[in-house]
Design a protein around this ligand. Structure first.
Ligand code: MUC
Ligand code: MG
Length: 367
């Protein structure tokens, strides 16, 4: 069995409600669908969300690196030989999302060949995950209204608030309004996407003390090594590395440097193979993890829940799995459902991300 074709298909689907955060804004899912096909006609699928402000990748760069470098170097390899595939991919630095997508598509093929759900092959811990919903920049009352609607409609009771605005008072007020309106039992945590300095983050922690916030993600740029280390040492809550830690090597560097003490795992940028390395590293060190969202479509979210539900450590916290709700449409043929605050992985061979071909034809940008 050989890899016979690697496709990188750019497409665009508008968001009904754009997401704004400290490092950027998303108004349309201008993503790239990765399709890997074997000579026996088995097809693996993955979705890649380019985030130029996070990893430097663009839609065009993902298409180019797949068409010009990864495709030619992987053709003819056996999809079961993942280490060989990664050795080839790793001859090119960065391009994490393109590599992650190829890895997920290869796992999808392996699951189909084995006749097993990939979630069972990875670990098979449970059937799904609790969902955490991400609240983008908005005025405080609107944030509360959205959180209450998510709770009523989907049973979601964990919220990640996007912060990192200046003046910091905007975010501090939002934290107070959410806590007052949602009550003590709801989990609320923050993600600043490097919007503050470490010292601003410290001041936010001081002024939100007593609100029971659970995590602080990427408060400032990880390159602010000295002040971020001080923040991590003094913070009463875990400081989560997200965009600073796409690979296991980055995770080791940041944990050893004291730049964070919890890790966001995103399958979109780490695939399943690197995500598993990251998870093992964190478990070995006793470091908390959270399954993050790279503003994923339903295809990307299905990959996250496939990985997240496979392991005990990734199910301790709710996974960020609801951003797709704000999209006007999606390519996944059989839509994902959030019920009682949970999403399930699929009990079919592979990942289970069958594409609606008619929608792909409508949204693709290369024809
Ligand atoms: C997050 O957790 O930071 C924003 C940009 C990105 O790549 O992911 C999102 C959410
Ligand atoms: Mg983040």
């Amino acid at each position: 069995m050989k890899i016979a074709k690697l496709e990188a298909i750019p497409y665009s689907i508008p968001y009904r409600k754009p997401l704004k955060f400290a490092s950027g804004e998303v108004e349309a899912a201008e993503h790239v669908l990765i399709r890997v096909t074997t000579d026996d006609g088995v097809t693996g699928i993955a979705d890649t969300p380019p985030r130029p402000y996070t990893y430097g990748e663009t839609q065009a760069s993902i298409v180019a690196v797949v068409d010009q470098i990864f495709g030619p170097s992987l053709l003819g390899l056996d999809p079961l030989d993942r280490e060989k595939i990664h050795a080839k991919l790793n001859r090119t630095v960065h391009n994490n999302t393109a590599k992650g997508g190829i890895d997920i598509a290869v796992w999808d093929i392996i699951g189909q060949l084995a006749g097993l759900p990939v979630s069972s092959m990875l670990g098979g811990f449970t059937d799904g995950m609790r969902v955490s919903h991400m609240l983008g920049f908005a005025e405080s009352q609107k944030l509360l209204d959205e959180a209450l609607r998510m709770r009523d409609q989907y049973g979601i009771d964990t919220f990640k608030l996007k912060v990192g605005r200046r003046p910091i008072g905007l975010d501090i007020e939002a934290c107070h309004v959410l806590r007052d309106g949602l009550g003590q039992e709801t989990e609320i945590y923050l993600d600043a996407n490097r919007g503050w300095t470490a010292n601003e983050a410290m001041e936010v922690l001081r002024q939100t003390d007593g609100l029971g916030l659970s995590l602080l993600e990427e408060p400032c740029d990880a390159k602010e090594a000295m002040s971020r280390k001080r923040l991590v040492e003094k913070s009463p809550i875990p400081v989560v590395g997200d965009e600073s830690v796409p690979t296991a090597g980055d995770v080791s560097r940041e944990l050893l440097a004291g730049g964070c003490n919890a890790i966001s795992i995103k399958t979109a940028r780490s695939g399943f193979t690197e995500a598993q390395r990251i998870l093992s590293l964190c478990e070995g060190l006793g470091v908390d993890v959270v399954i993050g969202n790279q503003i994923d479509t339903q295809i990307g979210t299905l990959a996250s829940v496939t990985f997240g539900s496979a392991f005990e450590a990734t199910t301790r916290r709710a996974g960020e799995l609801s951003n797709f709700l704000d999209m006007s449409d999606d390519l996944l043929a059989d839509p994902l459902l959030i019920q009682d605050g949970r999403i399930n992985a699929r009990e079919v061979p592979g990942v289970g991300a069958a594409i609606d071909e008619e929608k792909l034809a409508r949204y693709r940008q290369d024809q």
